[in-house]
Structures are given as structure tokens and as C-alpha cells.
Ligand binder design. Structure first.
Ligand code: CAA
Length: 389
């Protein structure tokens, strides 16, 4: 049975900081942030956007009535959940008008969560061919003001509808994954910001990639030349390139050029959003599909997922005929064009704003946020969401 991605939605908050401005304010050469790290703009979430509203806004743009009826499994991957118990998947259920006869839960394994969800969805569709699964990666990446990871923060979500006879990307049958207990990046329950061993995390990202790439080659008998593009989890856009470079010698110059050119396109959105953890790999896929004209149907796209802690996985998919018809190219171009730049000072203020830690009543300024779905406040420890549409 053909199973894979049938639709893809995306949302990121309307505010951003320019990385040149951040570099100047941090007394760093801007080239380090824009070239060395490879980030140009960083999405900033106001209090009215949290991982629940980001997820709901990303899914809202792709679901029609049939989807709402047929979705019987909702999986949200996140590492910035808003509750130790209740899942984001249950929060978004009514916001999206989904059929109550569905399973809904949240998955956590750092940036790997959405990939875990995607693979579970594939298994679910194999058992229940008529159903549809909604998989969402949603995150707000926080390392802290003036930390070395600050330039790699971001905010956003990618939603994917998984079904049989998918119209965007058919997932191939092979898999390669690897798990090890390592401390490269983590966030204890008492911490608002992540802890990271930056250099070690870079090394592990590449080491896991090399391992699962070799495993996948052995399992699939596919060679590098048979890939049109490889999309990477992008904590920052230079990271995937470092991993890609380690295998380029496996093919000839023409193929190398094609893979490098497609890599450049696959980072288009990511370099303007920042790290969105679970959704970064899928934002990179969306960047490639929406910004690279002429990718042929039948082309194979490799996908490398990495979640610190750590789990790595490589898998691949085949682009489907007329996949372009499933995309929202203009809507996403409008989303980027309508964003508002804020100063570093404004970003620092927003970064430090928090909902009352004791759960007491707060009303947020929802009219300043153009998103359809917003967090309106909190009352008796209950988060209040509103769909303004
Ligand atoms: N012009 C151009 N390039 C410059 C430059 C300049 N003026 N100044 C410095 N550079 C280059 C450096 O040469 C370096 O390039 P290479 O990596 O190619 O050697 C690059 O800019 C970065 O410089 P540093 O290594 O000195 O940067 P840093 O020590 O300040 O930190 C970082 C970089 C470790 C990535 C840090 O931002 C960080 O900790 N980020 C968060 C962790 C992370 O993203 N890890 C990735 C793997 S883990 C993962 O993928 C999971 C996840 O999502 C977190």
C-alpha cells in the first residue's frame, strides 16, 4: 500500500529579529551568525502564540471537512509542551473541529518527536487504510539571552496529513534508526531554557547521520546518486550541510552539484525562522518543495531526523505526480512577507514575558496578533484559546 504525506501546513509567529542586528548587539561579527551559523532571521513568539496555537494554526490551513471526519489519530511531537500531563493533541482537537472518535497524544524525544509520529502514522494507516492521521511538530526553541545557542532559537509548527495514496510524498519501506543515551542537549522539567553541550551536539548529529546513512544503504541498496535531494533536521542551516559534506564523495560531480543546490533551497524557510526543533526537518522539506521549481515526480528525497539525547533516523520518500497542487506556496510567501521586524530590545522583552507562574488570571492582547488561533490568557490554571476566524 502507498502511504505518506498527503498535505503539509506551516505556521510561524508574525514577529522576527534580524540576525545582523542580534550579532551587533551581542558584539559578534554578523558574518558568524549569517554565514558561520547560516541564520538570517529568527521568529519570535509573543505570549499569544505557544506550541498549542502554533500547531493549530499550522493544521488549520490544510484540513477540509472530509479530513476532519476521517482523522482518527492525532500525534503531536514537541519538546516545548505546555503541560506535564495534558497533551497538545487534546488541546487542538476542538480548535480544529476534529471527530471525537480519535486517539490523541503527544510524543517527546527532542527534535525526533514528529518523525516518531510520522512512522507511527504509517503503521496506523497500514492497519486502517481508510483512516487519516494528523502529525504535527510544534516548538519554541529557547536557549536564553546572550547564550551561545541564542542565534539558533526560533518558533513555528509544521502539520502533515498522512494517508494512503498520498499526493505529496510516498514513504519508502526501508528504515534505519539509532538510539544512544547521551547528554548533548536536554531541558530538565525545572528549566525554561535548554541546556546544551554545543560542540558535542554537533559531533553527535554528524556521527548519528553517518551511522544511519550506512545502515540505510545496506538495507535499501540505494546509492547517493539515486537521491534528488536530502533534507536534514536543521537546528541551524549550516548543520545539515556539514553532515551532507561527509558523504558527497560517494557520487560524481554532477550529482554533488545537484545535492548541494537542492540543499541550498531546502534551507530557504529555515534560515528565516530558526530552529523549530520537531518541525525543522519538515520545514526543510517544505522549503525544498515550495522553492525549487521543476523537481520531477518520482524523485527520491532522503530525510535525516535527529533528536538529541539521542535518536537518529534516516528514511526516504518519492515525490508524487502534481505534488505542487497540494502546496500553499502563495500563502506561505504572504506569511513571510507580512511579518514584522522587532528590535533586539523588543525581542528581549518578549523573551522574558511569562504567564503568571501561579496560574492566576491573565488576559493577553490578542488583537495585536494576526494569527487565527491565539492564546487569550489563563484562568484558574486553564489556558484559554480563541479562534478569531
Ligand atoms: N564569518 C563567517 N563565519 C564565522 C565568523 C565570521 N565572522 N566567525 C565565526 N564563524 C564560523 C566559525 O568558523 C564556525 O564555523 P564552522 O562550524 O564551520 O567551524 C561557525 O561560525 C560557528 O562558530 P563557533 O563554533 O565558534 O560558534 P559557537 O561556539 O558560538 O556555537 C553552536 C555554535 C555550538 C552551534 C551554538 O550555536 C549552539 O550551541 N547551538 C545550539 C545547539 C545546536 O544547535 N546543536 C546542533 C546539533 S544538536 C541538534 O540538532 C538538536 C537540536 O535541534 C538542538
Amino acid at each position: 500500500m502507498n502511504i505518506g504525506i498527503d498535505k503539509m501546513g506551516f505556521y510561524s509567529p508574525h514577529l522576527y529579529v534580524d540576525m545582523n542586528e542580534l550579532a551587533i548587539s551581542r558584539d559578534v561579527d554578523p558574518g558568524k551568525f549569517t554565514v558561520g551559523i547560516g541564520q538570517e532571521k529568527m521568529a519570535v513568539a509573543p505570549l499569544t502564540q505557544d506550541p498549542v496555537s502554533l500547531a493549530a494554526n499550522a493544521a488549520l490551513e490544510i484540513l477540509d471537512e472530509t479530513d476532519q471526519e476521517k482523522i482518527d489519530l492525532v500525534i503531536v511531537g514537541t519538546e516545548s509542551g505546555v503541560d506535564h500531563s495534558k497533551s497538545i493533541a487534546t488541546y487542538i482537537h476542538p480548535l480544529l473541529g476534529l471527530n471525537p472518535q480519535a486517539r490523541a497524544f503527544e510524543i517527546k524525544q527532542a527534535c525526533y518527536g514528529a518523525t516518531a509520529g510520522l512512522q507511527m502514522a504509517k503503521g496506523h494507516i497500514a492497519l486502517h487504510p481508510d483512516s487519516k492521521v494528523l502529525v504535527i511538530g510544534t516548538d519554541i526553541a529557547r536557549y536564553g539571552l546572550r547564550s551561545s545557542g541564542e542565534v539558533t532559537q526560533g518558533a513555528g509548527a509544521v502539520a502533515m496529513l498522512i494517508s494512503r495514496e498520498p499526493r505529496v510524498l510516498r514513504l519508502e519501506e526501508h528504515h534505519a534508526y539509532h538510539t544512544e543515551d547521551i547528554m548533548d542537549f536536554w531541558r530538565p522539567t525545572y528549566a525554561e531554557n535548554a541546556f546544551v553541550d554545543g560542540k558535542f551536539s554537533n559531533e553527535q548529529y554528524i556521527s548519528f547521520f553517518n551511522r544511519v546513512w550506512e545502515q540505510y544503504k545496506a538495507a535499501s541498496h540505494l546509492k547517493l546518486a539515486e537521491y534528488e535531494a536530502i533534507c536534514f533536521h536543521m537546528p541551524y542551516t549550516k548543520m545539515g550541510l556539514k553532515a551532507l559534506r561527509t558523504i558527497l564523495e560517494e557520487t560524481d560531480e554532477a550529482n554533488r552539484d545537484r545535492l548541494l543546490a537542492n540543499y541550498e533551497v531546502s534551507k530557504t524557510f529555515n534560515k528565516n525562522i530558526g530552529n523549530i526543533y520537531t518541525a525543522s526537518l519538515y520545514l526543510s522539506l517544505l522549503s525544498l518543495l515550495e522553492n525549487q521549481e521543476g523537481l520531477p515526480a518520482g524523485a527520491r528525497i532522503g530525510m535525516y531526523s535527529y533528536g538529541s539525547g539521542a535518536v537518529g533516523e534516516f528514511f526516504s520518500g518519492i515525490l508524487q505526480p502534481d505534488y505542487q497542487k497540494q502546496l500553499h506556496i502563495q500563502r506561505h510567501a504572504d506569511l513571510f512577507a507580512s511579518r514584522k521586524e522587532i528590535s533586539v530590545t523588543e525581542y528581549e522583552e518578549i523573551f522574558q514575558q511569562m504567564l503568571p507562574a501561579d496560574g492566576s488570571k491573565a488576559d493577553l492582547a490578542i488583537n495585536e496578533d494576526p494569527a487565527d488561533i491565539v492564546l487569550a490568557g489563563i484562568e484558574h490554571h486553564v489556558r484559554q484559546y480563541v479562534n478569531k476566524k
